[in-house]
Design a protein around this ligand. Structure first.
Ligand code: FUB
Length: 900
């Protein structure tokens, strides 16, 4: 729809900038029908189009607005059009006066339309569960029809009887049934020529004073019928009665002839102890007799209940309450505006058609004594970049803050935010002014805060029963849906260190950073207690703390949950590794500098999904010992399924960079070895000359929904060309041992860094391909390294096949050794595609609920099958009831089972 006001009319408008009448600024809104429901006043109105056809009423739909304060009006959509009544009404025009009423939770909207194929009107009714719709025409025909049957008004009497009055130069009523969409008895014609009832005839021919637009209500036991009177131009008059059906007694004129309009259609209503007279005139710029707009005047009924003569004003009515800027307000809640247009429907409305020079005024906004320091708006970028300036007092008042809305074509709503240059205090009129080129963005809602957006401060939060704190850094460059970096200090460090992710990188990249403060914990390696992290890999208090920080930040800032990243230094780096176990569903990427799990933490990776990881380590680091890194690298590379043979580059005198590239479903592991670095939280001897920047450049490539194979657990890819398994802790082809991985615990010399295969409670499959003589049996054992040293797999597989062996771990995290054997030391068997995977939900469901119709009937021996129909060679159903158990029959043989 084309907006009403051009820049030219905007300039004309300036002269009446303080005017409140007309009350709706973006469209022509004739025939107001106010309705009070709870603390809200709904305004059901007609709609005069901007372009008239044949210089006559051109009306295609009906609109809804609402208010709680009488001065700021919220567009609630265009709930009805002629199409709502398509079964009987002429389309695309003649959507004339209407009134809506609520009964038992349903909303009944009575409208005037023209009967299809005829020249005369009818009155229809649409019904909805909410005032803003969606509405339906339940009877698919007019309630009444015929010449001059227009302008319905409806009331429900105290005894439950509802009345519908209507008519032009005539007046009729029907008694509506409780369902409100039919009536009992016949239509009653009221004698409008009775001068005692409706006033002196308008001419010598005896034509009635009553014209149209009847408006019925009951106040203090008396029935009031207001109406347009006196012919055209119309004035507003009323009559009263002791019964809803009359007889009526003329009471006189209330409003003079409307300015700029030969009709005046209105109605009075009581709201929050005040009385308001609604009517329309032609005073909105460009307006006139066929482009009319709603106005309101407040009045006080006389002591005897009569209505005084009410004068027209441009100033309109005073606000009943203030607007709270600290709760989100709709952009389409407007006192005055220019150039914009409100659109949307019952689901959501917004301001659109914004161009440079347009503005919105919101009246009587109470910022309190503390005031507002920051602003945010929900917007949708358009073809061009634009700005929203925040001003108070007038649309040319000083700019108190400004947000930029970037051009966008994705149709997505987003938040823009800024700190105010001046704190806004007290009760003020608020102005949003817009600049840019061409058609700009859409504007959905806004919100102020008493806190600044930018932050560089300590924040206390309560986690469980404990008060902990973190340092929050929000740069001035922060944008909507900001990424968030969690940066963990090292042992004995402090959140105020703001390390290892530096704030200058946050400034440059526009990301929010939190620096959690570690609790004092005992570190055997220090022989004492210092601040740090419990990097055990378990869900513990520190993990809960970090989760709570993220939620705390999210309540204040629109962070992008897909772009939360974690990094840490030293013990913070250990914690970073540990969080790949417990928070791989929260962080999209990880980076550690000078830290990996060792000593009391050991290396414990069993995370739910592979993660992109970057590690920076000094070759001179003897504290978190550089010499132990190969074991960590191997473990992480296998865990995320990356290619175990790195692409290596060396920058002489500075660093080596090894990229273990991602394969399908995996992520890369990036490893920087810095020549002249010891145990440091920062190095400049790296790409970009800034290790924090390198971490950011790694992070920004990933979001939480970057696709990956979440069933991936351990994919060592030992057959990769250029990979020497022996150098990575594999025993290969040694006597009868085909392959072996996993050593004993080594807590002394190697700071508890040793190779093992680690598994948490769950259901898994160990899969591999073997080549060799098909009568050879390959022994497969997966044995726990601690406790009872029990086997979770202890079976044989025929060589020359693809095998997937399903097993359960049901006693929590543990370390395992994998051993595969051959019958003799000389048997030629090769193993490839070795991998360990968690069972997918589908596989688990398939095993637990096999499709019986797919089972072949036969003579069965004892057997257990996996999803692929392969026999599970341990032949025992563990307590976890995985697989299918088939009872043995004498002399029976195993047949393949197909499970969907
Ligand atoms: O808006 C069209 C017609 O004009 C209405 O139905 C009448 O009440 C008059 O306002």
């Amino acid at each position: 729809m084309k907006k009403i006001f051009t820049l030219f009319t905007f300039c004309v408008l300036q002269g009446i900038a303080v005017a409140q009448n007309p009350i709706i600024c973006d469209r022509y809104t004739p025939d107001p029908a106010p309705y009070v429901h709870g603390d809200t006043l709904y305004l059901f109105v007609d709609h005069d189009e901007n372009e008239t056809i044949n210089g006559y009423f051109t009306m295609k739909d009906w609109l809804l607005y609402s208010t709680v304060d009488m001065v700021n009006w919220t567009y609630r959509g265009t709930p009805l059009t002629s199409a709502t009544f398509s079964s009987w009404a002429k389309q695309d025009n003649d959507c004339w006066a209407s009134q809506c009423i609520e009964r038992n939770g349903k909303w009944y909207w009575y409208v005037t339309a023209t009967i299809k194929g005829e020249a005369y009107p009818g009155i229809g009714v649409a019904v909805a569960n909410n005032p803003a719709g969606p509405y339906k025409d339940p009877i698919r025909k007019p309630l009444v029809k015929g010449w001059f049957k227009i302008d319905p008004t409806v009331m429900i009497d105290d005894n439950g009887q509802a009345y519908l009055y209507y008519g032009n130069n005539n007046l009729w009523y029907v008694k509506l049934n409780k369902g409100m969409t039919s009536f009992t008895g016949s239509e009653v014609s009221v004698n409008v020529k009775d001068e005692k009832a409706f006033g002196p005839h308008k001419n010598d021919k005896g034509d009635p004073n009553f014209e149209e637009a009847s408006w019925i209500y009951k106040r203090n036991g008396k029935y009031y019928l207001e109406y347009a009177a006196g012919g055209v131009p119309e004035h507003w008059a009323y009559s009263t009665a002791d019964k809803a059906t009359g007889p009526w007694t003329y009471q006189g004129k209330v409003l003079k002839e409307a300015e700029g309009s030969f009709t005046i259609h209105g109605g009075s209503v009581e709201f929050k102890g005040h009385h308001y007279m609604f009517y329309h005139n032609g005073k909105l710029p460009g307006g006139g007799g066929y482009k009319r707009s709603t106005c309101i005047e407040e009045f006080t009924p006389n002591e005897d209940g009569t209505i005084p003569a009410i004068a027209f004003t441009t100033k309109g009515v005073e606000p009943l309450q203030t607007v709270n800027p600290f709760v989100r307000q709709e952009a389409e809640t407007i006192n005055q505006c220019s150039g914009i247009l409100c659109e949307g429907d019952y689901k959501s409305c917004y301001v659109t058609d914004i161009s440079s020079g347009d503005y919105i005024k919101v009246r009587n906004v109470d910022f309190g004594t503390e005031g507002a320091k920051s602003f945010r708006a929900r917007v949708r970028g358009g073809a061009r970049k634009g700005t929203i300036s925040i001003r108070t007092g007038s649309k040319s008042g000083a700019v108190k803050g400004k947000v930029t809305v970037d051009a966008a074509s994705d149709g997505e709503w987003t938040e823009v935010l800024c700190d105010l240059t001046t704190t806004i205090k007290g009760t003020v009129d608020l102005f949003f002014t817009f600049t840019g080129t061409g058609q700009l963005f859409d504007f959905d809602s806004w919100l102020f805060s008493s806190e600044t957006i930018t932050a560089n401060k300590s924040i206390d939060i309560t986690v469980g029963n404990e008060t902990r704190n973190y340092w929050l850094y929000v740069p001035s460059t922060v944008k909507a849906n900001s990424p968030l970096v969690v940066s963990l200090h090292g042992a004995s460090g402090h959140s105020t260190d703001r390390s290892p992710f530096r704030t200058d990188i946050a400034d440059k990249e526009g990301c929010i950073v939190v620096y959690p403060q570690g609790n004092p914990i005992y570190f055997p390696v220090f022989g004492g207690t210092v601040t740090g992290w419990d990097a055990s890999g378990e869900v513990n208090g520190d993990v809960e703390f970090i989760k709570a920080i993220i939620e705390d930040v999210a309540t204040k800032y629109p962070i992008d949950r897909q772009r939360i990243y974690c990094c840490g230094f030293s013990n913070g780096g250990m914690m970073t590794y540990a969080l790949t176990n417990t928070m791989s569903d929260v962080f999209a990427a990880y980076a550690s500098i000078s830290g990996f799990p060792l000593n009391e933490f050991h290396f414990r990776h069993t995370g739910a999904r592979p993660v992109p990881f970057l590690h920076i380590h000094g070759k001179q680091d003897d504290f978190v010992r550089y010499a132990l890194m190969p074991v960590i690298v191997d473990e992480m590379v296998a865990r995320i399924g990356a290619n175990p043979v790195p692409q290596k580059t060396t920058v002489s005198g500075k660093y080596d960079k090894s990229v273990y590239e991602a394969t399908e479903g995996s992520f890369p592991y990036i490893y920087y070895e810095i020549n002249n670095m010891g145990h440091n939280d920062f190095t400049g001897d790296i790409e970009t000359g800034n290790s924090a920047q390198v971490m950011w450049n790694h992070f920004k490539q990933y979001t939480l929904d970057t696709p990956c194979d979440t069933t991936l657990k351990w994919l060592p890819r030992i057959e990769t060309e250029g990979y020497t398994p022996k150098d990575h802790g594999w025993m290969i082809n040694s006597s009868k041992t085909l392959l072996r991985f996993g050593g004993d615990q080594n807590t002394d010399g190697k700071q508890n860094v040793y190779r093992s295969l680690q598994l948490a409670t769950g259901s898994y499959k160990l899969c591999f391909h073997s080549e060799g003589e098909t009568d050879k049996e390959i022994g497969v054992k997966l044995q726990k390294l601690t406790g009872k040293k029990n086997y979770v797999l202890n079976t044989t597989v025929t060589a020359g096949t693809d095998a997937c062996l399903v097993f359960n771990v049901d006693d929590g995290w543990g370390e395992y050794r994998l051993t595969m054997t051959r019958p003799t030391a000389t048997d030629q068997i090769t193993i490839t595609n070795l991998g360990l995977f968690s069972l997918s939900a589908d596989e688990l469901t398939g095993i637990r609920h096999p499709d019986n119709s797919k089972l072949e009937i036969g003579n069965w021996t004892e057997a257990i099958y996996d999803l692929q129909g392969r026999e599970m060679v341990n032949r025992k159903l563990p307590n976890g009831q995985l697989g299918l158990y088939l009872a043995p029959t004498a002399g029976g043989k195993v047949r393949k089972i197909l499970i969907k």
